[in-house]
Design a binder for this molecule. Structure first.
Ligand code: MG
Length: 367
């Protein structure tokens, strides 16, 4: 064996902190060559330095630990090139998103400052919402959460071993609600979503059992301004919002997931995505960084429409035509939500499922 270096000296030479080295060792990525049975002090072999420096570079390139572990088992130039191509695709997708954001910025500037449910007293937009939240058929815990505080509605899907996942999704919605209440506008919704990420990040950093927790968020605020409602949707992750009108189901949100990125790049079909082993990997989630930017969408809504918010427990199991059929045939929003959860459980129920159905109607007879 080559010369043994104490962990502190090894850290100084390879550029990885002692804390990071301990994390990697726990992940089986870079295991100490020796450990002092008496003191527990760790030692690394000098010949491990190039591997440590390679890991450092790959981490700086944003490569996930799991992928690095696989790469080290079978180092391959081809895989490096695939990562470069992935970066090119991601960059293109981010440029595209920024172009959309620039256009949406112009819409935000014209959004109302505060929500109102009346238009000159002659037309009132009414909202009727119902929901269902179910752990599914396999899981003992439910990390999905939902919020109904009309005119604000939201679902969140928490990540992290219990109780971290439940904590993340609940904290996301509580933070969203408190911030949106103080600024109930489209811009306020975006700020509330950013605040939710910051809150999860801060709490995870201060409470070790919650380390690494994260959450999706899809939030919908009705900013009604009269004859037709104006709505704003904020989303991070793969929970979704849909608009159902005239028998047509339209997805309003775009998943932040690896399979969605591959579909956008034309490398995966929707059918392939449904069974892809990476289908649960997200490219954006609240709490993975202190600042996480939500997508904001301001769709046009007809006078009468049905809106659906749901976690991936529904969309991973049921297909759009099946969801549309329930929305078309079950009149009461709460019963429609319950039926959608039944649908998810019927097709496996392997994940938690949270659903909110909102009926939005312009009432022309309102005083
Ligand atoms: Mg889920």
């Amino acid at each position: 064996m080559s010369e043994l270096l104490p962990i502190g000296e090894f850290s100084a030479q390879c550029g990885l902190s002692v804390k990071v080295l301990r994390t990697y060792a726990a992940e089986g990525l870079l295991v100490p060559a020796a450990v002092d049975a008496w003191s527990g002090y760790r030692y690394y072999a000098r010949h491990q330095l190039p591997t440590a420096q390679l890991i450092l570079q790959l981490r700086q390139a944003g490569i996930a630990l799991r992928e690095i572990r696989e790469f080290l088992q079978d180092p391959d130039e081809g895989r490096l090139q695939a990562w470069v191509r992935g970066l090119d695709r991601e960059l293109a997708a981010r440029r595209c998103a920024l172009d959309v954001a620039r256009r949406q910025l112009g819409l935000l500037a014209t959004a109302p400052d505060a929500p109102t449910r009346h238009d000159g007293g002659s037309i009132m937009t009414t909202l009727i919402a119902g929901s269902a939240n179910d752990p599914g058929t396999v899981r003992d815990t439910n990390q999905d959460a939902l919020l109904i505080r009309s005119p604000l509605f939201a679902v969140a899907d928490g990540m992290g071993a219990s109780p971290a996942g439940e904590t993340a999704s609940r904290l996301a919605l509580d933070t969203l609600n408190s911030h949106f209440t103080s600024k109930p506008t489209a811009a306020g919704l975006a700020e509330a979503a950013r605040a939710a990420s910051q809150a999860i990040w801060d709490k995870a950093g201060s409470e070790p059992p919650l380390d690494g927790m994260a959450s999706t968020l899809t939030a919908l605020a009705v900013l009604s301004n009269g004859k037709t409602a104006q709505i704003a949707v904020a989303s991070v992750g793969d929970s979704r919002a849909y608009l159902f009108s005239d028998g047509q189901l339209r997805q309003l949100t775009h998943d932040h997931s690896v399979v969605q990125a591959l579909m956008d790049a034309g490398e995966l079909t929707p059918d392939q995505a449904r069974s892809d082993p990476n289908r649960s990997l997200l490219t954006r989630a609240l709490g993975i960084a202190p600042v996480v930017e939500p997508d904001i969408c301001l769709p046009a809504v007809p006078e009468s429409a049905r809106l659906l918010l749901c976690t991936d427990g529904l969309t991973a199991q049921a297909e759009d035509p099946q969801i549309a059929d329930v929305l078309a045939t079950v009149a009461e929003p709460g019963q429609a939500a319950a039926r959608l959860v039944q649908l998810a459980n019927h097709y496996g129920g392997t994940d938690n499922t949270a659903v909110i159905v909102i009926d939005i109607n312009a009432d022309h007879d309102a005083p």
